[in-house]
Design a protein around this ligand. Structure first.
Ligand code: GLU
Length: 438
């Protein structure tokens, strides 16, 4: 799989000042961006412009209300967002999140990270994100269908296959994308426009490998710093990302000794000999969440699991789960961020200075948007790839990007996260220079 043997890079000590403690995702993302901006002395790249405005502030924040008709006939008013952060290197691109925690600032932070993720991955897209403040677990299938179609109708004027393309994120999936695609088709007088969303089912203009892409890509990224065979892996979050990452790590010879997911298991599962991830995934598919809870009751509290030794830890749940309190007792060697923004800046500094290698979100979880790009390409070219081609190209890009970032960090004498933002900002800044003033 890898031409060069995996080895842990040694990187310089961090001495960040004014590190936010308990900050929001937006505060944390902007803190990381400011470290990179300072390193780049960006002012010389944008003479006469406010760097803060140019790189941190989104191009537009679109906030609208969606009236969702519930099955019982009542109508709920939901807050919905689409944030378009930057389109200097390509059309706006990013997922749609359905979660009770969705706020304007959260969506802005996630949209910003999409800009840097795409730039770092060398995918010709800009950054965007959508969100609806809602608990998808509490919606019936028909309510979800109405919400997906309602979202598309509400934001159709700002979306488009050559303008802004949505995809799944927390709480949404390929079915959600299929409903959005259907609604867009109707809005276009029945003209089929598959490139309007990515992450569609394979049977409906989707790409092979898209569902697994983020998790598989995460595992591939890890293999560039540690050989997976025999390694003890812990995973936080058994959603789409965590499940496929765990499955892939196991296929590569690792032992997944812990799974933390309070919503699914009521806590964490632990087995020092390795959990049977494929069996748990099958149970989830056939018997649903209630079936998993009955068949796999938690044996530990998540915090207790994270204190046990592991070689690789994959946070794949949501933002800010690795606080400095967790970081103090986290006993691992490599962290690869499947979630967006799971590590707080204080925790990042603490872990990095302890020698833990942190493969940052904008590198490590880019597999999803990479295969979204493949899907969008297949849609506009009307030429469909087989599974082996999609997965091989994903692997190749994840390996190349990970190696390039490790080299960049060593050259720049930075931690991997700051180096990732530096490289990403450089690429967007270079495009902006060619584009000139608006
Ligand atoms: N939601 C995913 C992410 O955060 C994928 C985005 C996409 O495919 O556009 O990277």
């Amino acid at each position: 799989m890898n031409a060069t043997p995996a080895s842990l890079p040694s990187l310089p000590h961090l001495t960040w000042q004014h590190v936010p403690h308990g900050g929001t995702l937006l505060e944390n993302v902007n803190f990381y961006l400011r470290q990179a901006i300072e390193h780049l002395a960006m002012a010389r790249h944008f003479p006469g412009q406010s760097i803060e405005e140019r790189l941190l502030e989104p191009d537009s924040v679109i906030e609208r209300k969606i009236s969702l008709q519930m099955d019982d006939g009542s109508v709920r008013c939901l807050h919905a967002f689409r944030v378009q952060h930057n389109n200097d290197i390509g059309i706006y691109k990013g997922g749609l999140r359905w979660d009770t925690g969705v706020t304007r600032d959260e969506v802005v932070a996630l949209a910003s990270n999409m800009t840097w993720k795409c730039a770092l991955a060398r995918v010709p897209f800009g950054g965007a994100k959508g969100g609806v403040a809602v608990d998808p677990q509490a919606l019936s299938r028909t309510e979800k269908e109405r919400l997906a179609k309602g979202y598309m109708r509400t934001f159709a004027d700002v979306l488009g296959p050559d303008k802004d393309v949505a995809a799944p994120d927390m709480g949404t999936d390929s079915q959600t994308m299929a409903w959005m695609f259907k609604r867009y088709t109707e809005l276009c007088d029945d003209r089929t426009v598959p490139g309007i969303v990515t992450g569609k089912p394979v049977e409906l203009f989707g790409s092979y490998g898209r569902t697994e892409a983020t998790g598989y890509g995460l595992a591939t990224c890890v293999t560039n710093v540690i050989a997976p065979a025999g390694m003890r892996v812990m995973v936080e979050g058994f959603g789409k990302v965590g499940m496929y990452a765990a499955l892939r790590m196991q296929q590569l010879g690792a032992r997944v000794i812990g799974l933390a997911d309070p919503h699914l298991f009521g806590g964490a599962l632990h087995d020092p000999d390795g959990l049977d991830i494929a069996a748990i995934a099958r149970c989830l598919q056939h018997d649903g969440r209630a079936g998993v809870r009955a068949a796999y009751p938690a044996t530990l509290a998540p915090e207790a699991l994270l204190r046990l030794p592991s070689d690789v830890f994959l946070p794949c749940a949501t933002e800010n789960t690795i606080t400095d309190a967790i970081a103090k007792t986290l006993d691992t060697r490599v962290i690869a961020e499947g979630a967006n923004g799971p590590t707080t800046p204080a925790a990042h500094q603490l872990l990095h200075n302890r020698g833990v290698v942190i493969l940052p979100d904008i590198l490590a979880n880019a597999g999803g948007v990479i295969v979204s790009y493949f899907e969008w390409l297949q849609n506009i070219q009307e030429d469909y790839w087989d599974e082996a081609t999609a997965l091989a190209r994903l692997d190749k890009m994840m390996n190349e990007n990970t190696r390039a970032l490790i080299t960049a960090a060593a050259e720049l004498q930075l931690d991997l996260r700051t180096a990732a933002y530096v490289r990403a900002i450089e690429r967007v800044a270079a495009a902006r220079r060619y584009l000139g003033a608006q």
